[in-house]
Design a protein around this ligand. Structure first.
Ligand SMILES: *Cc1c(COP(=O)(O)O)cnc(C)c1O
Length: 485
């Protein structure tokens, strides 16, 4: 087809697509190869990027050459999540096979709402989620679906839990605003705020969310959960859901899933496990303990876009009661009705979303390219590096460790002998973090533990190597020296 012909039907010609596609792939390869030349965090003010670009959209089309060259205009405002010095939050790094899969997904552009709107999208999602479950030790009775994020996965868990509560506590017609206000959901005070958002989204009032205290290692205290549930029952309230966290946001602590599951099973309460970050570690035999008791929970979420080198977004959600999820979400329109064959899965019946992009492709490419052993080696190395860093903290006279280290996260703070006042220490650590993050070499985040301002390093990036962690140690020491000398 000539360029003129394609212009008539609208799209870029195949020749042009090929040419600029190659340019763009070259650009990405160069970018990833030289990523350490960039500062991890952009040094710009709000509004700068917007004001550097035209306010009006172009009336006539622009050449793709010019469009590509303008990537340079947005680079100053890019936070480099792929940078090996990005050790803040829970990092999400992309990998070659993941990036290529996303490209193919856009090229195919299927919408996997139901089996018949794209059988391969549906079946590859079923297959890759089965693989992932096997890799992580999630038993075969769990049924999986891909959502975009853990926040959305957890919202669906809470909706399924509420559906189960309806079936247990009420005649369906009776489920109204008054008895919604009686529902109670429990999580630890270290749980992710997406759980609160899930509850709020579903009409559970704020007082319906109960925070359970944690022990000195930031794990939910199962006895406290038990107490809170019986007290609420005595007061006529309706406990319907518990969320245990495997790998909390602040310290990556692991709630005792097995103990919590035995309480929930006895009480007929849905147990959801939020393992968005840490679930991937269960791929290691020596880390399987984080999922001890998983066979007795109702649902679990793991985000491959956190620690499995998958470009954002891909959240894997598993439940042993898919019929509850389906009951909560299956409505349809005549024009989407399939053949009603029992063996076909229509993922649109299991969530709020109708249109669904082909995310399973990236899981398929990534698992095949790295292999189980390849993923294991990378995860094991990250945990080793976190322990190496923790050792360094423990041996340093100027730093103190703030929480146990089991996974890729270390919580710590500077505690030089010259400073003993709590407020001064908090201020010093805040200053240290700001200086580190404006260095461009390293990006760390912080949390507050028992009123102590705490620095947090998270090692999960595919490009983060021992050298980068050693550089981080050196930078921390140097920046602290500057502050206390
Ligand atoms: C990251 C994280 C979330 C939120 O994940 P999104 O995919 O960004 O919604 C929820 N819970 C835990 C424990 C997390 O680590």
């Amino acid at each position: 087809m000539t360029k003129e012909n394609t212009k008539q039907i609208g799209d870029m010609s195949a020749a042009e697509f090929r040419k600029y596609g190659h340019h763009l792939v070259d650009w990405i390869a160069d970018y990833l190869e030289s990523i350490e030349d960039y500062a991890v965090l952009p040094k710009i003010d709000p509004g700068e990027i917007k004001s550097s670009l035209p306010r009006q959209p172009p009336i006539t089309g622009e050449s793709f050459e010019i469009i590509l060259s303008d990537i340079s205009k947005i680079m100053p405002g890019i936070t480099h999540w792929n940078h090996p010095g990005f050790m803040a939050y829970f990092n999400s790094t992309s990998s070659g096979p993941g990036i290529l899969a996303d490209l193919l997904s856009s090229g195919l552009n299927v919408n996997g709402m139901s089996w018949h709107t794209c059988p391969s999208a549906t079946e590859l999602e079923e297959l890759t989620l089965r693989w992932l479950a096997q890799m992580l030790g999630i038993p075969p009775k769990f049924w999986g679906i891909i959502y975009d994020t853990a926040s959305v996965s957890s919202m669906h868990a809470v909706a399924a839990a509420r559906e189960q509560a309806k079936a247990l506590f009420f005649d369906e017609k009776e489920m109204n605003q008054t008895n919604y206000s009686l529902l109670r959901i429990y999580c630890s005070e270290q749980a992710h705020f997406s759980i609160d958002k899930s509850a709020l989204t579903l009409g559970i009032p704020e007082e319906g969310i109960k925070e359970i205290p944690v022990d000195e290692e930031y794990r939910m205290i199962a006895e406290e959960l038990s107490k809170a549930i019986s007290e609420d029952r005595k007061n006529g309230l309706l406990p319907f859901c518990v969320v245990a966290t495997v790998g909390t946001t602040s310290t990556a602590s692991v709630d005792p899933v097995k103990q919590i599951a035995s309480i929930c099973n006895k009480e007929k309460i849905w147990l959801h496990v939020d393992a968005a970050y840490a679930g991937t570690a269960s791929i290691l035999q020596e880390m399987r303990w984080i999922f001890e008791g998983i066979e007795d929970v109702d649902s679990v979420v793991v985000n491959p876009h956190k620690w499995m080198f998958t470009p954002i977004d891909l959240s894997a959600f598993y439940t042993s009661k898919p019929y509850m999820l389906k009951k909560a979400f299956s409505l349809s329109a005549e024009y989407l009705k399939g053949s009603d064959k029992k063996e076909e899965t229509n993922f649109m019946d299991y969530g709020i979303q109708l249109g669904r992009r082909f995310r399973a492709l990236k899981l398929w490419f990534i698992i095949r390219y790295f292999g189980i052993e390849g993923i294991r080696n990378r995860i094991r190395e990250h945990i080793r590096l976190a322990k190496m860093f923790a050792n360094w903290i423990d041996e340093s006279e100027h730093f103190e460790r703030m929480a146990p280290v089991h996974l890729g996260v270390v919580c710590f703070r500077a505690m030089p002998k010259s400073v003993s006042d709590g407020n001064e220490l908090n201020a010093l650590n805040e200053k240290l973090l700001n200086n580190i993050n404006s260095s461009g070499k390293l990006f760390l985040s912080h949390t507050v533990l028992n009123n102590k301002y705490t620095l947090r390093i998270s090692i999960s990036g595919i490009r983060t190597l021992e050298k980068n962690v050693k550089d981080a140690q050196l930078l921390l020491q140097n920046e602290l020296n500057k502050l206390i000398s």
